[in-house]
Design a protein around this ligand. Structure first.
Ligand code: GLN
Length: 269
């Protein structure tokens, strides 16, 4: 969108657009129309919040991920471009046209929705332990017309797997992974605005990986792929955990910053 624009100009445009409650198409079409004072005031107040550090995504209530515009609220993490690597890994896997997948710790649903939007025959279950996150994911599923293939369940991966979900060809997860002692040092745009529960992964950041492997791997079919997003310096430890659960063909993939960001492997017999 708006290629070639200075980032500050782009943010300013997005704030005015949000204040005017217009789509990007309407905004470009109407850009010379007079803005009434209530829209101007709203734009100024959004700009003030932006200057105080509030992320643009929360101010405009949406963010783009894998070419899809998704609703976001303060109850979910803002989708990161690093996470697109996880979708790439999932989509690269040659599974049958009609595969079933499970997206754990789905948040706004970005990973599951991107997979479903790019593979017409698949079906997915998107799980999160926050009802508010589930509500956002449901809205995104609806707006992308995927209600016939995606469902949401309220589930905490730190408990054993929910029964009656069936078995899956693919499990993906971007769980909270920031070590507790690193939380204080996060950028204030993250620490002060994004939900801590979606970020903090316990003392070493790996609590959710252990819980998923321990309680949810049983839902993956033999030969199925499990793929995790992970934090900086966590890939080796996660690979070790995966090996302990009989996962084979373990691979890692770097993000655009060169950090190993996705670890994946195949469930053995
Ligand atoms: N990538 C996010 C961050 O560094 C963390 C996401 C997560 O914990 N899953 O802010």
């Amino acid at each position: 969108m708006f290629a070639g624009l200075d980032p500050a100009d782009l943010e300013a445009r997005e704030l005015v657009r949000a204040a005017a409650n217009k789509t990007r198409e309407e905004f470009i079409r109407d850009k010379y129309l007079f803005a009434p004072s209530d829209i101007r005031e709203k734009a100024y107040s959004l700009a003030e919040r932006r200057v105080s550090g509030e992320p643009l995504a929360y101010l405009i209530g949406e963010w783009d991920f894998y070419g899809l515009t998704l609703k976001v609220t303060k109850d979910v993490l803002i989708p990161r471009c690093d996470t697109e690597v996880l979708v790439d890994v999932a989509l690269k896997r040659n599974v049958s046209e009609s595969f079933r997948f499970l997206d754990l710790c789905t948040g706004c649903g970005c990973i599951g929705i991107a997979i479903a939007a790019n593979r017409g025959g698949c079906r997915g279950v998107l799980a999160d332990n926050s009802q508010k996150a589930i509500d956002v994911a449901r809205e995104n599923i609806k707006s992308h017309k995927l209600t016939d293939r995606l469902i949401c369940v309220l589930a905490d991966v730190r408990n054993k797997a929910v029964e009656n979900l069936g078995r899956f060809d693919l499990i993906v997860a971007n769980p909270p992974y920031i070590p507790a002692s690193d939380m204080e040092g996060l950028d204030s745009s993250v620490k002060d605005f994004e939900p801590a529960a979606a970020l903090c992964g316990g003392a070493d950041g790996l609590d959710y990986y252990r819980a998923i492997l321990d309680g949810w791997l049983c839902l993956l079919k033999t030969g199925g792929l499990i793929a995790f997003e992970c934090g900086i310096n966590q890939a080796d430890e996660i690979k070790k955990l995966m090996r302990g659960y009989g996962i084979r063909q373990i691979r890692q993939k770097k993000d655009t910053g060169g950090i190993p960001r996705v670890v994946s492997g195949i469930k053995g017999v």
